[in-house]
Write a protein that binds this ligand. Structure first.
Ligand SMILES: [Zn+2]
Ligand SMILES: [Zn+2]
Length: 116
């Protein structure tokens, strides 16, 4: 059976929005500021092949397209043409920035993430 925690039921990313929302099947409402999604782009071009993912500031944070990849990931294309980021549902779930997942006093931390 699919893991409800890593099964999205809806992805909302309106044109010109600065935050994408993902509803997860366990009822969790995921919040993803585009600055976070771009900074933590997991692609090899951004991160090399290490097991961890560093936050890289400065990329274009306008999302051009979001498309599903099979039943395990989302493919994000950015306004500056960067389009090699494949974000697995497990990775996205761990990256959630909602108040429950990231308390206000940790909001500005940009710790290394595990590649999932
Ligand atoms: Zn990248
Ligand atoms: Zn959350």
């Amino acid at each position: 059976m699919a893991d409800l925690r890593t099964t999205p039921t809806a992805v909302r990313s309106p044109f010109r929005a600065t935050t994408t929302e993902i509803d997860w099947a366990d009822g969790h409402k995921g919040i993803y500021p585009h600055e976070i999604l771009r900074g933590y782009c997991p692609c090899a071009g951004c991160q090399g092949h290490s097991g961890s993912v560093r936050f890289l500031a400065g990329g274009d944070t306008s999302i051009k397209t979001i498309e599903p990849v099979g039943d395990y990931a989302l493919h994000l294309a950015w306004g500056d043409g960067h389009d090699t980021g494949i974000y697995t549902f497990r990775y996205l779930r761990a990256l959630c920035q909602c108040a429950e997942c990231v308390p206000a006093d940790r909001r500005d931390e940009r710790a290394e993430r595990q590649r999932l």
